[in-house]
Design a protein around this ligand. Sequence first.
Ligand SMILES: NC(=O)c1ccc[n+]([C@@H]2O[C@H](COP(=O)([O-])OP(=O)(O)OC[C@H]3O[C@@H](n4cnc5c(N)ncnc54)[C@H](OP(=O)(O)O)[C@@H]3O)[C@@H](O)[C@H]2O)c1
Length: 274
Amino acid sequence: MTLVAGLGNLELFSFLMGLSGPIFWVVQTFVGSPYGRHASASFGPPLPVKLAWSLQELPSLLVPLYVVTCTPAKHFSHWPNRILLAMFVFHYLQRALIFPFLIRGGKPVPLFIFLSAFLFCTFNGFLQSQYLSNYAEYSDNWIKDPRFIIGCAIWLMGMLINVYSDNILRNLRKPGETGYKIPRGGLFEYVTAANFSGEVIEWYGYALACWSLEGIAFALFTTFNLCVRAKYHHRWYLEKFEEYPKLRENYNSVFILSTSSAIFSSTFTIKGLK
Ligand SMILES: NC(=O)c1ccc[n+]([C@@H]2O[C@H](COP(=O)([O-])OP(=O)(O)OC[C@H]3O[C@@H](n4cnc5c(N)ncnc54)[C@H](OP(=O)(O)O)[C@@H]3O)[C@@H](O)[C@H]2O)c1
């Protein structure tokens, strides 16, 4: 346990996660983002959507619970550490225990996608909770630091956009329907995948509040992962609906903004300006 969980290894894992974002981006540009409307039989047998979403996201709740209760968690008595891990866990309480059971007419999840998401949630749940429970050393004043306050505010805004946008998508279908309509309202007036934009914003807020390599690696990975999926969605809408608003491809600006803020934050994190 100590061997895999040392701070040096957590930093190495963070670099690997951050680096795997662009690699995934390139791979997905060729193989697609094969679930939901883009699902493909070559990615394994289909699993029931609600069960798959709930189980694949659950490690992001259970692993932090394990780390906090079954390891020394020597920094978890400090408020900044508690609040930051609570932000992470709160997101996944929604994602694993609420979101799946509200899905309306969602497509089954291919086994390979389920397994990839499950492994990612296990790995990332460990990375974030191990760092925040056993290694992150914040002064008690950290909760008054502008990085923490602004980061928390951005995190909250991102989560509200994400949940609100997922709700808009859900309500496009009446119970029993499985087809697609053009989403309207909220950030959907400007971008194709407002739910993804919210998620990306959320994790940059978390990264800023954590001021850690672990946080920024997760935000970077999410950016690359969701931008490629948003691109596929955009192309799909243009093919499917003649009247689809072309301007919604502005998600590109979210990508550029996020990436530059990522580079900015990582530079300072690496310099150790905590
Ligand atoms: N952190 C990460 O790396 C990460 C990765 C993936 C997902 N997520 C999050 O997980 C959530 C779901 O992701 P997702 O990829 O499944 O999102 P999605 O492709 O936008 O689909 C979300 C749900 O809405 C339905 N839907 C989407 N567009 C619709 C339309 N135009 N008309 C009617 N129904 C529509 C989908 O049904 P169908 O299944 O029938 O398409 C699905 O049930 C999002 O909040 C996302 O941010 C996070």
